[in-house]
Design a protein around this ligand. Structure first.
Ligand code: ADP
Length: 261
């Protein structure tokens, strides 16, 4: 069946990734062991000059291995959320510097906050990570340059909208969209891109975990992710988060509770 086929493709992807990681990891360990070996022999011969070169090489390999496992752990551990009232406009504006450093010089960046307030309750760090992940994908989709747009808006999701888009509940949302003018995603890949470990990037460059982390974050926050792509024209990925009326809602409730008449 279709489902079984997709499952087996998924397992194949996991196999590829695990094999790839084991291979990378092995290379890093080989580097460390080799350096240690040389250092040991040189020390035995009282040749201390130039030892720091091998120490540096070993340290570099060890750091690369550590960052590889850190990335895997960050994915496998269901990251704990610390949801707080959040001004999404403020958050995207504060990301400008980081986004600029992430993209290439041939990509122009536009940040467009909504004209009305965009408030939600979510984990700020995870939302930042999600936006950064989407920006990295956008950058990778535009090797020849282009336009990266990060936009926020509020949206009233009604029954009519929900009817053609299962998986999202009616209500008020803050929508954060990351758009690029890149290569786009072929229609037949659209329902695969959220799968953990699905990547079209060369080994060592893509983990296939970016979009599935973004999706996990949105679902854990009671929201959704929608993706719209036109091959050759570009891609927009939108994170829907439940809107809250203002940042003050929580504070006011607490204040009235704790103020005796
Ligand atoms: P990774 O970026 O490590 O490959 P992701 O889960 O973030 O993992 O993305 C999975 C795949 O989806 C990418 O390899 C790419 O093929 C496709 N993709 C994601 N975002 C975009 C985009 N903005 N434009 C084109 N393709 C994209």
């Amino acid at each position: 069946t279709e489902a079984a086929l997709r499952q087996s493709q998924k397992m194949e992807a996991v196999g590829h990734l695990t094999g790839g990681i084991a291979h990378d990891f092995n290379n890093m360990l080989t580097g460390i062991i080799g350096s240690l070996d040389i250092m040991k022999r040189r020390i035995a011969q009282n040749r201390f000059d130039g030892l720091d070169r091998f120490m540096d090489a070993a340290a570099t390999s060890a750091q690369r291995a550590a960052s590889l496992t850190a990335r895997l752990l960050a994915f496998s551990r269901r990251q704990s959320l610390d949801p707080k009232p959040l001004d999404v406009n403020e958050l995207v504006i504060s990301l400008e510097e980081l986004l600029r450093r992430t993209i290439q010089e041939n990509i122009s960046l536009r940040i467009t906050p909504s004209s009305s307030g965009a408030f939600t309750v979510a984990d700020a760090n995870q939302l930042e990570n999600a936006i950064l992940n989407l920006a990295i994908n956008a950058r990778d989709a535009m090797p020849e340059g282009g336009q990266l747009t990060v936009e926020t808006r509020t949206m009233d999701v009604d029954e009519a909208y929900v009817a053609n888009r299962p998986g999202i509940e009616p209500g008020q949302y803050v929508v954060i969209s990351v758009s690029d003018t890149g290569v786009g995603i072929p229609p037949e890949l659209l329902d695969k891109v959220f799968d953990p470990f699905f990547t079209t990037k060369p080994l060592g460059q893509g983990t296939g975990l970016g979009l599935s982390m973004v999706y996990g974050f949105a679902r854990q926050s009671g929201g959704q992710v929608r993706i719209h792509s036109q091959p050759g024209l570009g891609t927009t990925v939108s994170i829907f988060l439940k809107a809250s009326p203002s940042l003050e809602t929580h504070g006011e409730e607490q204040a009235s509770e704790s103020t005796p008449e």
